[in-house]
Design a protein around this ligand. Structure first.
Ligand code: NAD
Ligand code: MG
Length: 340
């Protein structure tokens, strides 16, 4: 299978993909199906070695993969990348080769100081690995943002775009960014709105109802379960689509009560969170936490897992057969036929 690429910069290149998790597997399979030469670098005995081999790849130790490569894609967890760079990549990467990331964290915050004789580039698909793969298989792609941090070869931009094309991003949309913008906006989104903001909003809503004497089961449905309906509408057509689908009563309540929950003070605290990201406070604290063996992380995580909403949620979800099948319920594709 071949993929229409805007340039053939990588046509004769060997690409080493380090890490075979969510992004690594999707990138590697798409690049291979785009006709590119891909080798996987993994720790021997690591959890994904067999999977990569079963998918038809040559799998070697990271140092060996890096030695022969013209492009090294670093798709391991962010916190292991600095050591991986120092121990494996820096001593082995060819002068003039490209070092590619899917998140700018380590370069932007100086946790990795790349050698001066290599290109340093970024391609970040705006979706999880499973979608990057499934869209590619359908002949489509997931939009990617891309950036060049260091251009030694003189063709770093062409290399970056060829990689984005190879994983299918060029079939959808490529947006240029820089390492600073990608890193800071990604961290802000997950902290203030997606993971941090949304989960705290749900938990506070649940606690408010339960403390007022309402049943936890009813509270769960109202503030956690039904959030999916709203998020799906956002995803498909923004706030416009949500307003088209919810009742006039829900809309009026949104207009008068929403701004009482998220107000100017909330926005000010969002700005404070952004400042901590921009000035490196968050990166410094997170790196120290990781190096200390994650003591606070583990405590916070356990508190989330022990919250009453998790207990009631588990019981209620056990009665949602469409979740047990491992698939999302899909609306009936055609109207039900009448029997008789
Ligand atoms: P993951 O946790 O799903 O997979 C990590 C892989 O790295 C696994 O195969 C693991 O076995 C391997 N690994 C761990 N330590 C290693 C080491 N020392 N040497 C070699 N391999 C090692 O990670 P992911 O979510 O795919 O994230 C990879 C990168 O992609 C990160 O930079 C992340 O920020 C970025 N990213 C992720 C997503 C996403 O949706 N998950 C989206 C955009 C960007
Ligand atoms: Mg939380």
């Amino acid at each position: 299978m071949s993929n229409a690429t805007t340039n053939d910069t990588l046509a004769k290149a060997r690409i080493a993909v380090l890490g075979y998790g969510s992004q690594g597997r999707a990138h590697a399979l798409n690049l291979k199906d785009s006709g590119l030469d891909v080798v996987i670098g993994l720790r021997p005995g690591g959890p994904t070695w067999k999977k990569a081999e079963a998918d038809g790849f040559a799998v070697v130790e990271p140092a060996e993969a890096v030695k022969g490569a013209d492009l090294v894609a670093v798709l391991t967890p962010d916190m292991v990348q600095p050591t991986l760079y120092t121990d494996v990549i820096e001593p082995n990467i060819k002068p003039g080769a490209a070092l590619l990331f899917a998140h700018g964290f380590n370069i932007h915050f100086g946790q990795i100081k790349p050698r001066a004789d290599i290109d340093v580039i970024l391609v970040a698909p705006k979706g999880p690995g499973a979608l990057v793969r499934s869209e590619y298989e359908r002949g489509r792609g997931v939009p990617c943002i891309w950036a060049v941090y260091q251009d030694v070869s003189g063709h770093a931009e062409a290399t970056t775009k060829a990689y984005a094309d190879g994983i299918g991003g060029g079939r959808a949309m490529l947006i240029q960014t820089d390492f600073k913008e990608e890193t800071e906006t990604d961290l802000f989104g997950e902290q203030a709105v997606l993971c941090g903001g949304a989960s705290e909003l749900v938990i506070a809503g649940f606690e408010t109802l339960v403390e007022a004497g309402y049943q936890p089961e009813i509270a769960y449905y109202e503030v956690m379960h039904e959030l999916k309906l709203i998020v799906d509408l956002f995803y498909e057509g923004g706030i416009t689509r949500m307003l088209e689908f919810v009742s006039e009563t829900a809309q009026y309540g949104d207009y008068v009560s929403g701004p009482r929950i998220v107000d100017a003070a909330t926005k000010q605290r969002m700005k404070d969170v952004l400042t901590d990201i921009q000035d490196g406070t968050f990166a410094k604290n997170w790196t120290a936490e990781y190096k200390a063996g994650l003591p606070n992380y583990k405590k916070f995580k356990q508190a989330d897992l022990d919250h009453p909403i998790e207990k009631v949620g588990k019981e209620l979800r056990a009665r949602m057969p469409w979740l047990q099948s491992g698939k999302q319920a899909t609306p009936a594709a055609e109207p039900l036929k009448k029997v008789g």
